[in-house]
Design a protein around this ligand. Structure first.
Ligand SMILES: [Zn+2]
Length: 440
């Protein structure tokens, strides 16, 4: 069955390839889509739930009609243009979720490009018999599939700080239409290259650096959610938080390792160069990042974005109040052509761009691992209170013990004076520039 109607094909009036100018970075234009994503959170969640319910009803009807197979038309892309000539998969038109055993339809569902679909559609509509031949080979292993996260560490060198952790990661899974080179082979390769760089420069991070390659991000951040819930914290609320929602402090159950995580750095927006970093609403962290990017202008890094990035694996950390950091990258043709499509192949990846990404990420990870204090503080925190405690702390040395007793969860003790922090960042050997650029 050809499941219609045929969708319109809007003209392509904007370039399908995006790199950001300095003005785009300075004006906030480059980060605007991520801002809108969170501003429209409620409306989008409702729309998504309504769409899923309608698709499930459609699937149940077609199953009752004993349909043999369904062909749907490839949708337009995330930006509303350029969704022609390629095949975008991901959103099921006939089930709430096409990938879970309890909701997937009992018949094969295929996606055709708008051109192929349109040709068959028009012929059928004109009364000409159309024959479609499929070769579908899919295996379901069990009713309950197991997923695995891949974890590795560089142990910290400071006896007092090595129990604390800086994490970086990317997701291992991808969509079936392409090979997953950009979503998220590029992220995985970068994360591995960060480790290679740190080993090559013989870095001795004070804190432990932990790499995690998450499974099943595309099915709803499954791997990272499970990891965070197992090691750091989870919501005790009856209704689980929605994608990107922050857990209320009253519902948050934290685990012992919670206090030991400095930050999680995620890489999941294709293979474009890093142009900035999202501070995710954490003003303290934003101030630190602003210092860190100053010497990175020659690499094209030019902005700290105050708000949060889209929902990806870093959201699982943000959700429980931990710093989940993403970078602002040149979009290239990620959102316009490659994302979840048959064009997600190695042709979209430039090794030179990935070398820049790994270099910048290595700098952030190493600097965080060597911070005298961990970054903390999300929307659930009273920033004014934090500032007052901070000022008291600077003035009264004895306040350290009070601070420890209060455990506000903002900074790790021992908290050093800001002048020490400054000196630490610029100490010889760690330098203003890259700790080590990969060979190109
Ligand atoms: Zn991804």
């Amino acid at each position: 069955m050809l499941l219609g109607p045929l969708r319109p094909v809007p003209p392509v009036t904007e370039p399908l390839w995006r790199t950001w100018s300095d003005d785009d970075l300075a004006s906030g234009k480059a980060a605007e889509p991520a801002k809108l994503f969170h501003q429209q959170f409620e409306a989008r969640s409702e729309k998504r739930e309504a769409r899923a319910a309608a698709a499930a009803r459609k699937g149940a009807f077609l199953a009752a009609e004993q349909v043999l197979a369904v062909v749907t038309v490839s949708p337009n892309n995330d930006l509303g243009n350029g969704g022609a000539g390629n095949i975008i998969v991901g959103t099921s038109a006939v089930s709430a979720k096409g990938w879970t055993s309890d909701t997937r339809p009992p018949f094969p569902v295929l996606v055709a490009s708008v051109e192929s679909f349109g040709r068959a559609w028009r012929l059928a509509k004109a009364g000409t018999p159309v024959t479609l031949r499929f070769d579908v080979d899919t295996t379901t292993f069990s009713e309950h599939e197991h997923g695995y996260n891949v974890v590795a560490e560089i142990p910290g060198s400071d006896p007092k700080l090595k129990a604390q952790v800086v994490m970086l990661g990317a997701h291992l899974d991808s969509w079936s239409a392409g090979t997953g080179a950009v979503d998220n082979g590029a992220g995985v390769a970068t994360v591995l290259d960060v480790v290679r760089i740190l080993r090559a420069v013989e870095a001795k991070p004070r804190r432990t650096i932990r790499v995690v390659l998450f499974c099943a991000e595309e099915q709803g951040l499954v791997g990272s959610k499970a990891y965070v819930a197992t090691h750091f914290g989870y919501s005790t609320a009856m209704k689980p938080p929605r994608l990107g929602e922050i857990v209320a402090a009253a519902d948050l159950k934290t685990l012992p390792a919670y206090e030991g995580l400095s930050a999680y750095y995620n890489m999941d927006h294709g293979p474009g160069r890093i142009r900035g970093v999202f501070a995710g609403g954490n003003a303290e962290m934003g101030g630190i990042f602003a210092e860190w990017i100053k010497p990175l202008g020659d690499l094209g890094v030019g902005t700290v974005v105050a708000h949060r990035y889209y929902a990806a694996d870093q959201s699982s950390f943000e959700q429980v109040g931990l710093p989940g950091v993403s970078f602002l990258q040149d979009g290239l043709d990620y959102d316009t052509r490659a994302h979840h499509s048959n064009l997600d192949t190695l042709e979209r990846v430039s090794p030179g761009d990935l070398a820049q990404v790994a270099t910048v990420m290595a700098i952030f990870v190493l600097k965080t691992a060597d911070l005298p204090e961990a970054c903390r503080g999300y929307s659930r925190t009273d920033r004014g209170l934090v500032r007052r405690i901070w000022i008291c702390f600077c003035l009264i040395p004895l306040a350290e013990r009070c601070y420890e007793a209060l455990k506000p969860g903002i900074f790790h003790a021992p908290v050093s004076h800001s002048a020490d922090r400054h000196r630490h960042f610029r100490s010889p050997g760690r330098g203003r520039s890259s700790p080590g650029r990969p060979d190109r």
